[in-house]
Structure formats: structure tokens, C-alpha cells
Ligand binder design. Structure first.
Ligand SMILES: Cc1cc2nc3c(=O)[nH]c(=O)nc-3n(C[C@H](O)[C@H](O)[C@H](O)COP(=O)(O)OP(=O)(O)OC[C@H]3O[C@@H](n4cnc5c(N)ncnc54)[C@H](O)[C@@H]3O)c2cc1C
Ligand SMILES: *[C@@H]1O[C@H](CO)[C@@H](O)[C@H](O)[C@H]1NC(C)=O
Ligand SMILES: *[C@@H]1O[C@H](CO)[C@@H](O)[C@H](O)[C@H]1NC(C)=O
Ligand SMILES: *[C@@H]1O[C@H](CO)[C@@H](O)[C@H](O)[C@H]1NC(C)=O
Ligand SMILES: *[C@@H]1O[C@H](CO)[C@@H](O)[C@H](O)[C@H]1NC(C)=O
Ligand SMILES: *[C@@H]1O[C@H](CO)[C@@H](O)[C@H](O)[C@H]1NC(C)=O
Length: 501
């Protein structure tokens, strides 16, 4: 995911690749479209796959979206003093083109990000502070870290430029049946390897110093993923791109994209927990029975295609797969717990070395891996709707702070960070993969016509990656259904899309 409003790396300019947009082809005559499709989960992955499936298969296909909790999933807000604030996925990169498209399609607005300075706290002092002066910031990074800073920019730029090829491939209808194939088509073996090695390893290799990694890179990774050392290079590059500052969010809340897309597709939202998926065969045709539990008890329905748009780990999140031979294997790995606390209160600026609260200049505090630190990052946040008269509070006034930590904050810890507070709202997330817990990338295709969207999170976890995975799964389902195998796992796509223009 992308770090929120961290402007330390001001210069990471990324070259946008021209993206071709094409109308998706209509279903070929003779191929009966599927009758019913089920999507499990109504987060950004589930709602965008519903949209893309309808775009490809057409409006006659019945789409059922199962959601056990709330539409939006990890995109959610809390209310403080009648205003809502993002507590899950918060920031979107300006080059996240699927998210940009959704917002345009739904008539939603970008929410401007109010300027606020960031700094990196090491537990005793600030290791790096942003100033009002752009040139001074550059000078400081240069002075402290020399060439490392420049090399980092070049590295992130190169990864982003290659990553953006995916939009072109998808606009031409190409899909991938495995994450390794998808990554390979974008950046060759290097990209595949970047999911297997740590970001630190990759950065050291391009000549970035250990000191720069420990003092700057670690802080950005901790703010993005609540973990630093084991984050793989690919996921790391995505969150470092987010540190450049070109970030936005959706006015009214990012989860409006999910509810908006579901409304647009007119999908049936079924408020139920999916407990099992069983495979059936009849007259050489495969179909699935989705078993669920809701307030009224248990039920089930049959489908031609099923997309699982929720993480499957920890014993497959209690969804059992029945009648599969061979059985669907367990997916290794665990998810990382991140606790989001939204606090309305007065910052204890003394803790950060500013005895006079009026002089505290930062709106965003990142941290290094220091053992004394009990939080990963904290931000002075703005509501999801900001009027033209909105201004940030003076540092000595009560404000809304969002603190990310690995454990719920103890009372003593809250009292260390805040002189006093009016309210605290705590959300515990199974936030993103614990990247140290598994190196293997899970499959996208679990069986014919049964897809696993969230395997993508093991490459990198963010709203845009979920949307990229959703478009891939929709194209894959469509291409397989129509036996258009030319459009699946094609090699040398860079060349092909050029000549297809
Ligand atoms: C604290 C935090 C900060 C983040 N910050 C950012 C950020 O700044 N930028 C960014 O791009 N990303 C960020 N992310 C990551 C981003 O939020 C996620 O990658 C993205 O929202 C995942 O969407 P999803 O649809 O794949 O999964 P989810 O949002 O988890 O959706 C899955 C849905 O499936 C439902 N479900 C699960 N099991 C079942 C079942 N058996 N039956 C029925 N329904 C089921 C769940 O209730 C859930 O609603 C952040 C995440 C967290 C936790
Ligand atoms: C990727 O990793 C494999 C195995 O570790 C290695 O043989 C190969 O050289 C690497 N390729 C690149 C381009 O880094
Ligand atoms: C917040 O913004 C959304 C999206 O623009 C809008 O629909 C909603 O009415 C706004 N809410 C308030 C309280 O202004
Ligand atoms: C699975 O079910 C058990 C028992 O009901 C529950 O404690 C656990 O949290 C569930 N796991 C997930 C990932 O939903
Ligand atoms: C995994 O979950 C399924 C479905 O809830 C259950 O039947 C099975 O016993 C669980 N297995 C383990 C090893 O916990
Ligand atoms: C604020 O921070 C200082 C310095 O760490 C600490 O001594 C004090 O107990 C903290 N809490 C309050 C309420 O001042």
C-alpha cells in the first residue's frame, strides 16, 4: 500500500505510459454467456471485479456479491464529531489508473490533500525533518545521503514505468493465469525475483547505502506495511512510489468507490458469510455450489463462475472447498495485524522534543525500527469531506490523529503521545500479508472457472493492486469462457501490443 502523505521523497517523478483504452469485445456469437457468477467479498477487489465482469460478459449475466460484514472491507471510515475519517486504505497514487477511472466513471471527486510536513522519529529525536523549503529539503537529503537519494528515485521510476505496462496489456484484453506470468510480462525475471527478495537487498545492489535504508526506507515501509525488513522489493517499490507526495483520496470516503461500482453493475448484494464452495459436474460441465450462512440460517446457490475476493489464509478463512480432487491445498502464510487508533486530543509535543506545543511543525510522523517505539506512524488527519474553509488545527489545539501500531495502545502509551484526549476509536485489522511468513505466490486459478483475486496481495497489497487483479481475473474468466487462449499468458506482449496498435 502507499504511505499516506509522506513527502520526504519529493522528487520521485514517474513517467506516465500512454494508455490505450478500448471497448471490451462483445461475446462471440455461439458462445452462450455464463448464467450466474458469484463474487465472495465486497471490498475494492470484489466490487471492481463485479464491474469488470459485467463490462466483459454483458448486463444479462446475474452477479451475486456475498459480503459478511460491510461493503468496502478494508476501506472504511469512523465518525468523530460528526465528521468521517479514513481508518483503512487511505491514499491513492496519481498514476493508479484504475482507481482514477472508477472515480471518473462514478462522478466522484478527488479530495485535495492539505499540505503538512513529515518527519522521521527515532524514539529520541527526529532523524529527518521536512521543511517549508523545497530546495532545502533536497539539500538535506543530498547532504545526508548523497547518491543514495538519486539512485532510489531512479530505481522506483524504473519499476513504476514497467509496472504501468499492465494497463496497456489489459486494455488489449490480455490476461495472466499466474502471478509469475503477469510479473514476468511486465519486468522479466527481475520482477519475479523482486517478490522473492527483500527491498533492502535490491536497494543495496543498486548502490543505496545501509544508512539510508535504516533511516529513511525503513520508516516508509513501517508506515505502509507495519513491517520493514521482510517486505519484498516489489511491494516496497510500490510503497516508495507513494512517498513522493502525489497522493489523493476520494471525497466522501474511498469506500464510495465500492458501493458506487456495485450500484452501477446492479449486482445483488447478499449479506451472508460464505462457508463452503463445492464442485459439481454434470454433462461434462463444471459448476459450483456456494454455501452460506445469514441471519435466517443456511442456504446455497449454483454458479458457473466464482471469484473469491477476500484473503484465503489461516485455514482458508473458514471457507471449505468440497469435492475437489485433488483437494485445494492450504495457502501458507499469515496476515499482519495493524491497529488503527483514531484519537481526538492534544498531542504531547514534549515527547517529541518540543516543550512548547505551538512550535510543533509536523502533521505526519514516521518511525525507525527503534525498539522503544510502540507505534509505526501517526498522522494528523483531515475529514473525508473538507469544505473550502477547512484548515488544519494549530498544533496546540485538539486535533484528530490516526496512529498505526502493531498492538492496541495501552493507556500509558496513549498518555505518552497525548497530553489529554476526548475520544479514542480502535480498529484491529488483518491488514496485509506478513511478508516474512511465506515466499510463495498463491495461485489465481483454483480450478476451472474458480478464481482467487487476493493472491495479488502477496506481490503487493493496495487498492490499485486489487483493481489490477480484478481486471485480470475478469479478463481471464472471459477469455477462458470463450476459449480465447491467445489472450492468456502470451509471451512478448511489449512487442505484440506495439504491432496491434
Ligand atoms: C490500516 C491500513 C492502511 C492501508 N493503507 C492503504 C493506502 O494508503 N493505500 C492503499 O492503496 N492501500 C492501503 N491499504 C491496503 C488496502 O486497504 C487493501 O489492499 C484493499 O482495501 C484490499 O481490498 P480487497 O477487496 O482485496 O479486500 P477486503 O477489503 O479485505 O475485502 C474483502 C471482503 O470480503 C469479505 N469477506 C471475507 N470473507 C468472507 C466470506 N467468507 N463470506 C462473505 N464475505 C467475506 C470481508 O468482510 C471484506 O469486506 C491499507 C490497509 C490497511 C488495513
Ligand atoms: C532471478 O533469480 C534466479 C534464482 O535465484 C536467478 O538464477 C536469476 O539470475 C535471477 N534473475 C534476475 C534477472 O535477477
Ligand atoms: C461528502 O462528499 C460526498 C462525495 O462528494 C457527498 O456525496 C456527501 O454529501 C458529502 N457529505 C457531506 C457531509 O458534505
Ligand atoms: C474461523 O472460525 C473460527 C471459529 O469460528 C474463528 O475463531 C476464526 O476467527 C475464523 N477465522 C477467520 C479468518 O475468519
Ligand atoms: C479448516 O476449516 C474447515 C472449515 O471451517 C474445517 O472443517 C477444518 O477442520 C479446519 N482445519 C484445520 C486444520 O483447522
Ligand atoms: C509527555 O511526554 C513527556 C516526555 O516524554 C513525559 O514526561 C510526560 O509524562 C508525557 N505525558 C504528559 C501528559 O505530559
Amino acid at each position: 500500500m502507499m504511505a499516506a502523505s509522506h513527502r520526504l521523497l519529493l522528487l520521485l517523478t514517474v513517467v506516465a505510459v500512454g494508455v490505450m483504452r478500448r471497448k471490451p469485445p462483445v461475446v462471440a456469437a455461439g458462445d452462450a454467456p455464463p448464467g450466474k457468477i458469484a463474487v465472495v467479498g465486497a471490498g475494492i477487489g470484489g466490487s471492481s471485479v463485479a464491474h469488470f465482469l459485467q463490462q466483459h460478459f454483458g448486463p444479462q449475466v446475474q452477479l451475486d456479491v456475498y459480503e459478511k460484514d460491510t461493503v468496502g472491507g478494508r476501506l472504511a471510515t469512523v465518525t468523530v464529531n460528526k465528521q468521517q475519517y479514513e481508518i483503512g486504505g487511505a491514499s491513492i497514487h496519481s498514476l493508479n489508473l484504475h482507481m482514477q477511472d472508477f472515480v471518473k466513471l462514478l462522478g466522484l471527486k478527488h479530495r485535495r490533500e492539505l499540505a503538512g510536513k513529515s518527519a522521521i522519529f527515532s524514539g529520541e529525536q527526529f532523524a529527518l525533518e521536512e521543511t517549508d523549503w523545497y530546495l532545502l529539503n533536497l539539500f538535506r537529503l543530498w547532504w545526508h545521503y548523497g547518491m543514495s537519494f538519486l539512485r532510489l528515485q531512479m530505481w522506483v521510476e524504473e519499476v513504476m514505468e514497467k509496472f504501468m505496462r499492465i494497463y496497456k496489456y489489459q486494455a488489449h484484453g490480455y490476461a495472466f493465469s499466474r502471478l509469475e506470468e503477469l510479473l514476468h510480462s511486465l519486468g522479466g525475471d527481475t520482477f519475479v525475483n523482486m517478490t522473492q527478495r527483500s527491498v533492502a537487498e535490491s536497494l543495496l545492489e543498486v548502490g543505496i547505502t545501509q544508512r539510508f535504508i535504516d533511516e529513511v526506507i525503513v520508516a516508509i515501509l513501517r508506515a505502509s506495511y507495519g513491517q520493514s525488513v521482510p517486505v519484498p522489493a516489489f511491494a516496497g517499490a510500490m510503497s516508495l512510489a507513494g512517498a513522493q507526495g502525489n497522493m489523493w483520496s476520494v471525497e466522501g470516503g474511498n469506500n464510495l468507490v465500492c458501493s458506487g461500482l456495485l450500484k452501477l453493475t446492479k449486482a445483488n448484494i447478499i449479506e451472508a458469510t460464505v462457508t463452503a464452495i463445492s464442485l459439481h459436474n454434470s454433462e461434462g460441465k463444471t459448476f459450483y455450489q456456494v454455501h452460506y450462512e445469514d441471519e435466517e440460517g443456511q442456504g446455497s446457490s449454483f454458479y458457473d463462475i466464482v471469484v473469491i475476493a477476500a484473503p484465503l489464509h489461516n485455514n482458508k478463512s473458514n471457507i471449505s472447498f468440497q469435492n475437489f480432487d485433488p483437494p485445494i491445498a492450504e495457502f501458507p502464510g499469515t496476515f499482519h495485524t495493524t491497529v488503527t487508533s483514531v484519537i481526538h486530543g492534544y498531542l504531547n509535543s514534549s515527547y517529541f522534543g518540543f516543550p512548547d506545543p505551538k512550535l510543533f511543525p509536523f502533521a505526519s510522523i514516521l518511525t525507525t525500527d527503534a525498539p522503544v517505539l510502540f507505534f509505526s506512524s501517526m498522522d494528523n488527519i483531515c475529514p473525508v469531506n473538507i469544505s473550502s474553509t477547512f484548515r488544519r488545527k494549530q498544533p496546540q489545539e485538539a486535533a484528530i490523529w490516526r496512529v498505526h501500531s502493531q498492538h492496541p495502545l495501552e493507556k500509558q502509551e496513549l498518555k505518552t503521545l497525548f497530553r489529554s484526549y476526548y475520544s479514542v476509536q480502535v480498529t484491529e485489522w488483518q491488514a496485509y500479508p506478513d511478508y516474512g511468513s511465506s515466499k510463495s505466490l498463491p495461485p489465481i486459478v483454483l480450478h476451472d472457472n474458480l478464481y482467487y483475486l487476493n493472491s495479488m496481495e502477496w506481490a503487493a497489497s493496495s487498492m490499485e493492486m486489487a483493481a489490477v487483479a480484478a481486471k485480470n481475473v475478469a479478463l481471464l474468466a472471459y477469455n477462458f469462457w470463450n476459449r480465447d487462449l491467445e489472450k492468456i499468458d502470451q509471451k512478448d506482449l511489449m512487442h505484440k501490443v506495439k504491432t496491434e496498435l
